[in-house]
Design a binder for this molecule. Structure first.
Ligand SMILES: [Zn+2]
Length: 697
């Protein structure tokens, strides 16, 4: 593009001048602009001189048609590209510095770079609206401009944007730095200590201590801020033309039927979840007894092996179908032999075995693979980072040598692979086809990595195989309702259906309705239990994980087919398959340059997210669970029970008969009509004095 075209639309806008004068744009860019062909400005008048920073009378005017045609649009996008790479890179760098070393100075620097990024977004977003996109020919240009029009929080007035950024940083940092203190002795962070208690302790008082302590340490602290966060989020969304923040988040899926679609997917999966829930409930009953577990009621939320009861794989030992044939204890084998870095190398090996890209040396140099031991405060929640310069990609994770962390590393390395594949696209397209695609890439690999296909017999379903499928179900099937309700909750908060006076009560209503869980101790509106989940305190949308869960099985099925796999889906391992790798690579390369149904079609031949592959994968386990549940005369779910919430009793909605599994023996799933309010399920005696007198070994 000629210099003239670049300068024409740059000069008239005053806000970019602000950016030039106070920002850190590339030197060449300064020269490019200050030495425009009109000769109106020169370098002497540029930054630092008495030039246009103080003087806007030099602006040149153009007619609208001349300024906003398709040729200019292309130059505009090119200029956006160059500047965005710099601005975003600096923002990522500053954010990384903060989350890997939480100090006030680093926080200020991050907030500053965030403001610069917002100014940049706003400048280009505002102008992207001025082009008459409908008249343009090039579909990429149209798609890029329409994506640029969404400026997100940058739409807020400056003082409110500053307040919003402060709030976001406060909530996330409160979460990252929270600790629960023993009455005498050390204070424990979530990772690894509290998580380890939740995963390995079988002492209900100890579990309750960690569960309650974490919610006191985070939820209570962010509640007041969260209310303001909701207001400002909605204001930003409205300024972008959405009715509320939930609608703005959902717009990432380019679908008008998202809410209906997700509810339908959930209903299709519900029989699988209910059968798992019912089976696990009996196993917990066997272990903890009738004082804690009611065989027909919801399960108390603290005994499922996880702080949020979102994955139950840590209680595999309590629920193993065939305890005499336990799966290999990979964690035990890895301990002492393996360093965290080796775990990343293992994941890398899987990707390269498919013919996919290997990570550049910068990745190994710059990533944070373990919690630092030099006293730095860090945000431990695992994440993968693209620094938008085509060479710097990093993972931040406080790795523990466990099988769960190994699988989580596969997941994070999937993000990195996506970054690597789309690094040559415009920054506008450097995201997944939709957010769920980004989450599904690494997870689809974990399906192969945990298939243990060499252990599985080729004939009938073996006992070992049921055990393996059970462990995968405890990770993935148990996650289904949680992955859905986190954003169901926030969508209702943002659209006002859930008012701030009942945040916590409604959170537990959803936890009861979908997960079949009760709080282990009475909760009140002083508590704010949703805030004890990272993505809520960090303002990160969650429905991507629900879609991704379904999608990864669709991907898995397609990749297995490409690899030539025959036989049951759960026995497929695509390791070493260049054909599967090629299929994956072809869609990863597209980034978000095409609407996601097109991308989905390329890989699976289908244009819709479907639960079929997931249900196929777990069909052998579902059959086994149904037989087992029928044998015990179980009642699926918790139709007659509720939880106490303060002085209230939460009432679960009636089940929809069509969502129940059909493969059951007649008469075994009768539903007792609810007569009046049922008694609440038994709770552990009195709430514990906090903290209790126990010491970690
Ligand atoms: Zn992820």
């Amino acid at each position: 593009q000629g210099q003239g075209e670049v300068t024409k639309w740059v000069c008239p806008g005053p806000s970019l001048l602000v950016l030039f004068c106070h920002g850190q744009l590339l030197p060449w860019l300064r020269a490019e602009v200050w030495l425009g062909p009109e000769g109106a400005w020169d370098q002497a008048r540029g930054p630092g001189g008495a030039g246009p920073c103080q003087d806007s009378t030099m602006l040149i005017s153009f007619s609208t048609d001349e300024l906003y045609n398709e040729t200019v649009a292309k130059a505009f996008l090119q200029f956006y590209e160059h500047t965005a790479q710099v601005v975003w890179n600096q923002f990522m760098e500053a954010t990384w510095n903060y989350v890997t070393n939480i100090t006030n100075k680093n926080r200020e620097e991050m907030l500053l770079k965030d403001m610069e990024r917002s100014q940049h977004t706003l400048y280009f977003g505002t102008r992207a609206h001025l082009f008459k996109i409908d008249d343009f020919q090039d579909p990429d240009v149209k798609r890029m401009l329409s994506k640029l029009q969404n400026v997100y929080k940058a739409a807020l007035p400056k003082d409110e944007l500053q307040e919003y950024n402060q709030i976001l940083a406060y909530m996330k940092t409160t979460y990252s730095m929270a600790q629960v203190c023993l009455s005498e002795g050390p204070c424990l962070p979530l990772e690894p200590d509290l998580e380890e208690i939740m995963a390995t302790s079988r002492d209900q008082e100890e579990l309750l201590w960690a569960w309650q302590g974490w919610r006191d340490a985070v939820g209570l602290q962010v509640r007041m801020t969260f209310e303001r966060y909701v207001q400002l989020s909605n204001k930003a969304a409205k300024l972008n033309g959405y009715k509320d923040m939930g609608a703005m988040w959902r717009s990432a899926y380019e679908s008008d039927t998202l809410e209906r679609d997700v509810e339908q997917l959930y209903e299709e999966l519900q029989p699988l979840y209910l059968n798992l829930h019912t089976y696990v409930r009996r196993a917990l009953y066997r272990f903890y007894g009738p004082q804690l577990i009611n065989l027909r009621g919801p399960i108390p939320a603290h005994v499922l092996g996880n702080m949020w009861a979102q994955s139950w794989v840590s209680i595999l030992d309590l629920v193993l179908p065939f305890p005499e044939k336990p799966p290999e204890d990979v964690t035990r084998i890895m301990r002492g032999q393996v360093r965290p870095k080796k775990m990343f190398q293992e994941a890398e090996k899987f990707f390269t075995s498919l013919g996919l890209l290997s990570t550049p040396p910068e990745f190994w140099k710059n990533s944070m693979m373990e919690r630092p031991t030099d006293g730095r405060e860090v945000e431990c929640h695992a994440s993968a980072w693209d620094f938008y310069n085509g060479e710097d990609f990093r993972i931040k994770k406080c790795t523990e040598v466990t099988i769960e962390d190994l699988l989580s590393i596969f997941h994070q390395m999937g993000h990195i692979q996506y970054f690597l594949q789309y690094k040559n696209l415009s920054v506008i397209f450097r995201t997944g086809a939709n957010p769920a695609f980004e989450e599904a890439v690494g997870s689809v690999i974990t399906l192969s990595a945990s298939s243990h296909s060499q252990l599985l017999t080729r004939g009938l379903l073996s006992q070992e195989e049921v055990n393996v499928l059970m462990s995968i179900a405890l990770e993935m099937v148990a996650f289904i309702p949680f992955a859905y309700l986190v954003d169901l909750f926030r969508w209702k908060v943002f659209d006002g259906t859930i008012q701030k006076a009942v945040y916590n009560q409604e959170w537990w209503n959803l936890r009861l309705k979908y997960q079949g869980l009760c709080p282990p101790i009475p909760r009140t509106e002083d508590d704010f239990d949703p805030g004890a989940k990272f993505h809520i305190s960090a303002s990160m949308p969650y429905i991507r994980y629900f879609f991704s869960l379904v999608l990864q099985f669709q991907f898995h099925e397609a990749l297995c087919k490409a690899s030539g796999h025959v036989g049951p889906l759960h026995r497929c391992n695509i390791y070493n398959s260049k054909n599967a790798g090629k299929l994956l690579e072809d869609v990863l390369k597209l980034g978000s340059s095409k609407p996601w149904p097109e991308v989905l079609q390329k890989i699976t031949g289908e244009t819709k997210v479907s639960t079929k592959a997931l249900m196929t994968y777990f069909k052998p386990l579902l059959n086994w669970l149904v037989t087992e549940n029928v044998r015990h005369g179980e009642i699926l779910g918790w139709p007659d029970f509720s939880c106490t919430f303060g002085n209230l009793i939460l009432i679960p909605p009636p089940f929809q008969p069509q969502t129940l599994p059909r493969a059951t023996t007649a008469g075994s799933h009768r539903y007792t009509a609810r007569s009046g309010l049922p008694p609440p399920p038994p709770l552990p005696s009195a709430p514990l004095s906090h903290p209790p007198p126990w010491a970690r070994p």
